[in-house]
Each structure stands twice: as C-alpha cells, then as structure tokens.
Write a protein that binds this ligand. Structure first.
Ligand SMILES: Nc1ncnc2c1ncn2[C@@H]1O[C@H](COP(=O)(O)OP(=O)(O)OP(=O)(O)O)[C@@H](O)[C@H]1O
Length: 302
C-alpha cells in the first residue's frame, strides 16, 4: 500500500498508509476501536474501494483479483452451542463452501471423482493436523471451546494453501493461554509455510514476539514499521497528537498509556463499550490481557 486512504460515508478513516508486506511476514494492524482496522482488510480483499490516488497491490494485482490465494478469517461472534456441524465439515467448507450443492457428475462413482474426493479429504486432514485440531475436529463445532473453534477457523482459512492470510481479531475472547497458543500457531504458519499474515489485533502482547511489522492506524493517519520502532511514546504521541506513554513491564509486555478516544460511536458489531474488557496496568501480569490505550497515566501508576 502506498499513500493509501479510505473513506466511509463522509469520513476519512485513515490516510497515508505506506506498508509493504513480504512473503512469510507477520504484520499486525493496531489502533483504537472504530479507527478502520477491519476496513483495511476489506480494502485488501477488494470489497471496499480506497480513495483515488491510493496505490494498492495485493499479490501482484489489484485488490479483489487474488481469489483463492487469500485466506480470510472475519471477525466473529461465536457459534451457537447447538450447531450440528463437525469441525471437519467447517474446514471442508473452506475448500468448496462457495459452490452450493453437489454437482450431479460428482456423485457418479467415476475414478476422477473418487480421486478428487480423496485429495480433498486428505487436504482437510492435513490442515487440521497443522493447526493441532485432530483431537476434536470430529466433534460438532458448537461443542468446541473458543480456542478450538478458532484453530478450526484458521484451518478453514488455510485449506486452499493461501499466500496471504487476513485475520480479523482471531485472539478476541480467548483466554491468555489460548491467545498465546493461537498466536504461536499463526507465527509458525507464517514463518514455516511462508504465508504472509495480516492480523487485526487489540492487544499486541500475545503476538509481539512473532511479529515482523506493525501498522498503527489513527483518525486521518497511520504509521508502520518494526514493532519496537513504532510502539514508542514519541511515535504514537506524534500519530495521535496527544501524549502517549509506552511502558514495558519486566516480562516484556507493552502497555500503551493515554491515546485518543475511539473516532466515533461504533456499535455495528460490538456489544456496548463497557462489555469489552479494558485491563488496568496494575492488574498482576498474566491475569487479563492488556489492551491498547489504557486511559490516564494515573491509572498506570496504580
Ligand atoms: N459500510 C459502512 N458504512 C458506514 N460506516 C461504516 C461502514 N463500515 C464500517 N463503518 C464505520 O467505519 C468505522 C471503522 O470500522 P472498522 O470496523 O473498520 O473499525 P475497527 O478499527 O476494526 O474497529 P474495532 O476495533 O471496534 O473492531 C466505524 O466507525 C464503522 O462504524
């Protein structure tokens, strides 16, 4: 993306986004609620047109042209516990879920059909193994835990061997051990399988050690680079035009203190604001995830 900008309605969400993501790189998109992180993924998918003058190329073509070469995990609300679809079926939908029904010729016991069906089943089993979900993929998805569901959804996004994986808050609503485990899984997929990953996140800490680059979005602007160059008080203060302090705990976690309000009331997908966890920095390390923009330095001092 070069000098990319996007508007929704009469509001410029972000502009001046410059970022180049190489094969096998893990990039996080960060920023306060409603700043346009999910929108950035939609622009990469070609579902939303950027502002004129934005230069955006995805896997060597205009956004929207890469098809199966992109795996996308949208932000989600969870599955109904009574949903009677198995984990394996959910992953299989990633292969052929866009083709409704079973074409008649595929039902005929022809050697080509049997070969294709076996290859599909093998690929589904392989990707389930990759995400470490073999132990529970036969269960109904509604009966799986949040972390198990997330692994199966990542498997679904991976099943067509994409070159680029777009993940919208895959760690949200997971407990800390599951956040770390899913973050490590995504890091491994990215670096070992050479897949570029763009992950929208609220808390950089679970993914910090796996990241190559971050993109911080602000109303009207953006900054990108290596995490330790970007997540600094001076850089974020400049971006948000308000004093921002970055504290580092003895365990290496980052706490961003201060920062802007969410650009606008943004209740299209999220529950009311107080339902979203906001952790105070004085909570013991490991007790709850630390979110960006903990408001007020006084709270940081406990
Ligand atoms: N189709 C649309 N029409 C009008 N406004 C929209 C549309 N889609 C998104 N928006 C608005 O654009 C803003 C950015 O939304 P987006 O979902 O990208 O934010 P986000 O940074 O991912 O937020 P969060 O962290 O809360 O998930 C929000 O204010 C949202 O309400």
């Amino acid at each position: 993306m070069r000098d990319a900008a996007v508007r929704v309605g009469d509001r410029t969400l972000w502009s001046g986004v410059d970022v180049r993501i190489e094969r096998g790189e893990f990039v996080a998109v960060l920023g306060p609620n409603g700043v346009g992180k999910s929108t950035l993924l939609k622009v990469l998918l070609g579902r939303l047109r950027p502002e004129p003058g934005s230069e955006i190329e995805v896997l060597g073509a205009r956004p929207g042209r890469a098809g199966d070469r992109i795996g996308y995990l949208p932000q989600r609300r969870g599955f109904d516990p009574s949903l009677r679809i198995r984990g394996t079926d959910l992953v299989r939908l990633g292969l052929d879920g866009d083709r409704w029904g079973t074409p008649l010729p595929a039902l005929l016991p022809l050697p080509g059909n049997r070969r294709r069906a076996r290859a599909a089943a093998d690929r589904v089993a392989e990707v389930i193994e990759t995400v470490g979900a073999s132990g529970y993929a036969h269960r109904s998805i509604g009966a799986c835990s949040g972390g198990e569901q997330q692994r199966l959804l990542i498997a679904q996004a991976l099943v067509r061997r994409p070159d680029l994986l777009l993940l919208d808050e895959p760690l949200d609503s997971l407990d800390l051990p599951n956040q770390s485990a899913v973050a490590a899984l995504v890091g491994r997929i990215c670096h070992e399988h050479d897949v570029a990953v763009v992950m929208v996140a609220h808390d950089v800490n679970p993914i910090l050690h796996h990241l190559d680059r971050v993109v911080y979005l602000a109303e009207g602007g953006a900054v990108s680079g290596r995490p330790h160059d970007v997540i600094t008080g001076p850089t974020l203060s400049r971006l948000y035009r308000t004093p921002v302090e970055v504290l580092r705990t003895s365990g290496g976690r980052l706490v961003v203190v201060g920062g802007p309000e969410a650009p606008a009331l943004h209740a299209d997908r999220h529950p009311p604001h107080r339902a979203r966890p906001r952790t105070e920095p004085d909570v013991p390390e490991g007790a709850r995830p630390v979110r960006h923009f903990v408001r007020g330095a006084r709270r940081a001092r406990g």
